[in-house]
Structure formats: structure tokens, C-alpha cells
Design a protein around this ligand. Structure first.
Ligand code: GLN
Length: 514
């Protein structure tokens, strides 16, 4: 046997030495990673904002106007630039906590943001625009948006603008392309987004069936954001001035927009306005979190209910003697257990309507329906396995006992096998329920304003990440603890020996149960 070699002392020593060296090298690498050389700037960006920041499909590297500009700025300042991918609404909190040195992400210089972070001088002139489906002739201006359904990217100036439209239903997405996909799928009437990004999606990224209407809604300037009061600000501004003067800026601009750059102001006009950053109002946060918690509870309850029905059907199909049915269910369970829930949610919500529409059907999903469908399908796969395992764990003798009492198989299942299986199933069932409560937070990615999203939305306007996410976590904890308590009680109740005596007697013959 190979394992005999372990008996030799020299082998053990050599093994210990090799492992020791490997651990040492690993630790040294970790330390060197942690102590990033001071010449490196770690720059945050949200790389789903073409043509400013995106992934080059051919090379897999980051590319875009912002990326090239930042690299050039780094070069002029004698710094190495290392990009860190972050969600857009996470950039300002990351700057606040100084986990990154700067952020370049098509970020508009606003008076509100300027209260928490510093901005470089403006490096790009942009503005918001309205996008609608080509067939829509009713929406031509901001006024026409009243009472309409609008999709926006979370934490952006577009989201702020949409929030001011009277009577509009606004849904928020993690990135601009997702909001545009929502428009394409027909679930919203308009998207408010930065004009160059929408135009790029239409002209270069082949977003068909969408058009930009009316005038620019706002005039905005992008700036590089930095933590407050850092020396890097002066370095970045000086390097940017160099690029403006030596023509590098114009060259990069030409390459991405095939035009000459406009004259840029030294200070963004928005900074002249008084900033009114919304402070964190605890009462309002509580209200919003409760609203979100209610949606989380509804999502959990419905998905668990349908998951339980689906899971039971699948479990019975899996123990049935019909082989094709068994295999079909196996594929279903393996698929939904073996792929991430997030992928399933995206596939159902964004993928299916896109597929049907490309086939010529006018098909679109309701958000609630899609979320409950995805969650139920996923939870049903887990529950099916739990139920099947529970039923099959009951000794065959119990079936025979039922038979000897002249019960038919359905009766044996109902009175003998299932009550016993149910007791075994309860603890994993409780686990599944608690997991589901937490998993509903994934519905945030399709614009559902459940508990987690409510937190994100508050952080997007108040930039108080720690307090808000702690509050969100506490609400989840209260919900999961409550669920865990209820399942524990249920376990006690279902235990024929330890349950409180007053409870009504079972119709199950006690000889079979014990
Ligand atoms: N310019 C917009 C803003 O700053 C959107 C930026 C982005 O999504 N990357 O809010």
C-alpha cells in the first residue's frame, strides 16, 4: 500500500518540511499583498458602464475611456494604477472607509456627494437622457414620465431624477445594462441613464428597439472621487492638467467618442449649489426596513408554500417505480441544487423574456411572479431531497406493520410512515426555511425592494453603510431567530414522548409509532 510510506520517520519529516516551506511562502505572499507598495493607487470602478468602464471580451482586461484616462493619469503622476471592481453604490462608502484610494466610474460631481468625498476637476461632460422603446410615441420629455414605470441604476443621478417624477413607479437595478434590458423586455416604459452610455448601448452594443427621446435632462460633469483631504487630489489634478496640455486627453477622447473634447470647466457648476446630503433619519430607516421586511416575509412564505408542494410532488415521483419520471426529477433536482440561485433568477427574469421575444412572442414576466417562481423552483429541489430522504429512512418493517393492520399503502403512508418521517424531516426543513429567508435578498438584483434592497437604497443617499447594514442584519436575525424558535416548538410538539400532555391524542396506533 502507498500509505505504508507514512510509517517512515524520514518521510514524515520531509513532508513536514515541505508543508512548512509552502506555508511560509504563502504567508509571505499574503503579507506582501497586504502591504501594497505606496506607489500604487487602488482605484475603484464599476465595470458595467460602457464605454467608460467595461471588460474587453477578447482579452478579459478592463477597458474604457475612464480606465485609459486613469492609467494615463497614473503614468503622468508616476503611480501604478490597480483597479478594484465594486458596485457603483459601494464606491462612496469604500472611499469613506478609505479601502480604496480613488474611484473613477463615470461618477457625476454632485454637491451631495461632495459632502462626503472630494472630487478631482471635471474630466468629462455628460448628462442624463430618457430612453424608451422605439414603438413608444407618448414619452418625449421628462414631463411625460409622470405616472410611468421607470428603471434606473441604484445610487445614480438617474435614480435621483426618477425619484422626483410625480406618480412614477421606479425600479432600481445594479447596473445600467440591466435597467436597459428591463426596458427591452417591456416591463418598464423608460430608463433614465447617462446619455453616452445609452447611446453606446444602442449604437455599439446592439441594443435594438430602444431610442433616446427629447433633450438632455441635465448637464453633468464626471470627476474622479477621492477620500476627503488626501494628498492624491493635488497629484491627480496636476497629472490631469498635463494630459490636457500635451494632447493625451484629446487623443483618448477622440479614440472613444470620435470627436474633439469640449472645453471643461475647472470647477463643476454643481458644486456652486448648496449640498443637501440627506442625513440618516432613524425613524425613516426603520419604516423603510419594515416595509422591506414585509416583502421579505411575503416572498419567503409564498416560495416556501409552493416549494413544499412542488418538493412533495418531486419527492413522491422520485420514489415511484416509474423510471423516466424518476430520472426527470433527478435532472431537475441536480440542476436547481447545482447552479447558483442568482444565475437561476437572472435566467428566469431577464433570460426567458429575451428568449421569447427573440422568437417573436410578446412575453414579459411580472417581477413578483419571477421572484417567487425562481425561489420556489430552487427551494423545491432541496425540499424534494429532504422529503425523499426522510420517507426512505423509515424502516420497511413499518410498511409491513401497516399492511398487517389491514391498511392500504396510502393509509400506511398517511398514518404510519409520514408522521414518523415528518419528525425526522423537521430539522432540515427548518434549516431550509431559514436559508430561504436569507436567499430572498437575491431578489434585490431584479429590482425588488425587499429588506436588503431597502438598506442599499438608504446607503445610496445617506452613505452611512455601517449603521444601515447593521440594522438590516439585525432585522434578518430577528426573522431567522423567530423562524428557528417556531420550528423548535414544532419539533417538541411532534414528539409523542416529550410533547406536553394536554395535546389531543393522535389517531395513530401507538404500537406503530414507538
Ligand atoms: N453618472 C451617474 C452618476 O454619477 C451614473 C454613473 C454610473 O452608473 N457609473 O450617478
Amino acid at each position: 500500500m502507498v500509505f505504508r510510506i507514512f510509517r517512515f520517520r524520514w518521510f514524515k519529516r520531509a513532508l513536514a518540511l515541505v508543508l512548512g516551506v509552502l506555508l511560509g511562502v504563502g504567508a509571505a505572499q499574503l503579507v506582501s499583498l497586504a502591504q501594497e507598495a505606496p506607489t500604487v493607487w487602488e482605484v475603484g470602478t464599476e465595470p458595467a458602464f460602457p464605454p467608460f468602464e467595461m471588460r474587453d471580451d477578447a482579452t478579459g482586461d478592463l477597458t474604457g475611456f475612464d480606465i485609459e484616462l486613469m492609467r494615463a493619469i497614473g503614468k503622468a503622476a508616476g503611480r501604478e494604477v490597480k483597479f478594484i471592481s465594486l458596485p457603483f453604490d459601494g464606491l462612496v462608502p469604500a472611499l469613506q472607509s478609505r479601502t480604496i484610494d480613488a474611484a473613477i466610474s463615470g461618477m457625476t460631481i454632485t454637491a451631495e456627494r461632495a459632502q462626503t468625498v472630494d472630487f478631482s476637476r471635471p474630466y468629462f461632460e455628460a448628462g442624463l437622457a430618457i430612453a424608451v422603446r422605439e414603438s413608444n410615441t407618448d414619452i418625449n420629455s421628462l414631463e411625460d414620465l409622470a405616472g410611468q414605470r421607470i428603471a434606473v441604476q441604484i445610487g445614480t443621478t438617474g435614480a435621483e431624477q426618477a425619484a422626483q417624477v410625480e406618480g412614477a413607479t421606479v425600479s432600481t437595478f445594479d447596473s445600467a445594462p440591466l435597467a436597459l434590458q428591463e426596458l427591452l423586455n417591456g416591463r418598464v416604459d423608460a430608463v433614465i441613464n447617462d446619455l453616452p452610455v445609452t447611446l453606446f448601448a444602442i449604437n455599439e452594443a446592439n441594443l435594438q428597439g430602444v431610442k433616446v427621446v427629447g433633450e438632455l435632462v441635465t448637464e453633468e460633469y464626471y470627476g474622479i472621487a477621492l477620500p476627503q483631504d488626501t494628498e492624491a487630489l493635488a497629484e491627480i489634478n496636476a497629472a490631469f492638467d498635463t494630459l490636457l496640455q500635451d494632447g493625451t486627453y484629446a487623443e483618448i477622447y477622440q479614440r472613444w467618442f470620435s470627436a474633439d473634447p469640449p472645453e471643461l470647466p475647472v470647477v463643476a457648476p454643481a458644486l456652486a449649489e448648496a449640498g443637501t446630503a440627506t442625513g440618516l433619519v432613524w425613524g425613516r430607516l426603520f419604516q423603510n426596513l419594515m416595509r422591506g421586511a414585509w416583502i421579505t416575509i411575503l416572498l419567503t412564505a409564498f416560495s416556501f408554500f409552493f416549494g413544499l408542494i412542488g418538493g412533495s410532488l418531486v419527492a413522491f415521483a422520485m420514489i415511484s417505480p416509474i423510471k423516466p419520471l424518476h430520472w426527470l426529477c433527478r435532472i431537475y433536482v441536480d440542476f436547481f441544487r447545482g447552479t447558483p440561485m442568482l444565475v437561476q433568477l437572472f435566467m428566469i427574469y431577464f433570460g426567458l423574456p429575451a428568449l421569447f421575444q427573440s422568437l417573436g412572442f410578446d412575453f414579459s414576466f411580472n417581477r413578483i411572479f419571477a421572484a417567487i417562481l425562481a425561489l420556489s423552483l430552487n427551494v423545491a429541489a432541496y425540499l424534494a431531497e429532504i422529503l425523499r430522504g426522510g420517507i426512505q429512512s423509515i424502516d420497511r418493517g413499518q410498511w409491513e406493520a401497516g399492511e398487517s393492520l389491514a391498511m392500504n399503502p396510502v393509509e400506511t403512508m398517511r398514518y404510519v410512515v409520514f408522521p414518523q418521517a415528518f419528525r425526522r424531516i423537521l430539522p432540515p426543513l427548518g434549516n431550509e426555511f431559514i436559508t430561504l429567508i436569507k436567499d430572498t435578498s437575491l431578489a434585490a438584483v431584479i429590482g425588488f425592494e425587499e429588506l436588503f434592497r431597502q438598506g442599499q437604497l438608504t446607503v445610496a443617499t445617506t452613505y452611512r453603510a455601517f449603521e444601515v447594514y447593521l440594522a438590516v442584519a439585525i432585522v434578518y436575525l430577528v426573522m431567522t431567530s423567530l423562524a428557528s424558535f417556531v420550528f423548535k416548538r414544532l419539533e417538541v410538539y411532534m414528539d409523542p414522548i416529550n410533547r406536553p400532555k394536554k395535546v389531543k391524542k393522535d389517531p395513530i396506533p401507538s404500537a406503530v409509532v414507538v
